[in-house]
Design a protein around this ligand. Sequence first.
Ligand code: AKG
Ligand code: FE2
Length: 229
Amino acid sequence: MLDAARGFFDLPEAEKREYAGNHVLDPIRCGTSFNPAVEDVKYWRDYFKLIVHPVFTSPSKPPGFSEALLGYATCVRKMTMELLRGISEALGLEQHCMERELDLYNGVQLVAGNLYPPCPQPELAMGLPPHSDHGLLTVLLQNGVGGLQVKHGGSWVHVRPAPCSFLVNTGDHMEIFSNGRIKSVLHRAVVNSWATRMSIAVVQGPSLETCVRPTPLLVKGVDRRMFRG
Ligand SMILES: O=C(O)CCC(=O)C(=O)O
Ligand SMILES: [Fe+2]
């Protein structure tokens, strides 16, 4: 998937422009935060964002990209559903509770590719600003070059990428559904001056029709409702 993503980023700018999109719900979007023609240059990153479920969409270029994307997204979705069943059980819920209540069969799955080229003055730039992801879980694949930081105990902690591993982040919908038992993690990406970093983040969220609220079993007794759906 990383090779396919690299192939996409290496397309000529004119070919990528047709995939730019301009609305957050456009199924195919891509862009760069670095544009010398624009005054407020902030983020040292190229990206694509593709909605691959419930309806699969993909750029048709470069050759092989859409096949790699479909294969990868399908595998990650399977793994994510397994993780969500485990998390449901760990919360004391029935294992299929989350997929049923949040309509995950029609859930939105988004694949975001990020390319952070070496930056001559990394201390003046940021790859991605601090944010939390909106879905339930994000499965992150990295090319072995570090840059991800998570907020922990009031400080930014560097997350060293472990070889051949995925990093799984919890998102806002998870925090709401679990009534605050599982926190959504604040994270950001910093850049460096020596190596290109790439990451592929696959976000699994509920269906667009779902109103996300704390699951009733976790708002009983002493656990007051922390969020309103
Ligand atoms: O590049 C990274 O490690 C973070 C990517 C990320 O947070 C995102 O795409 O939402
Ligand atoms: Fe993120």
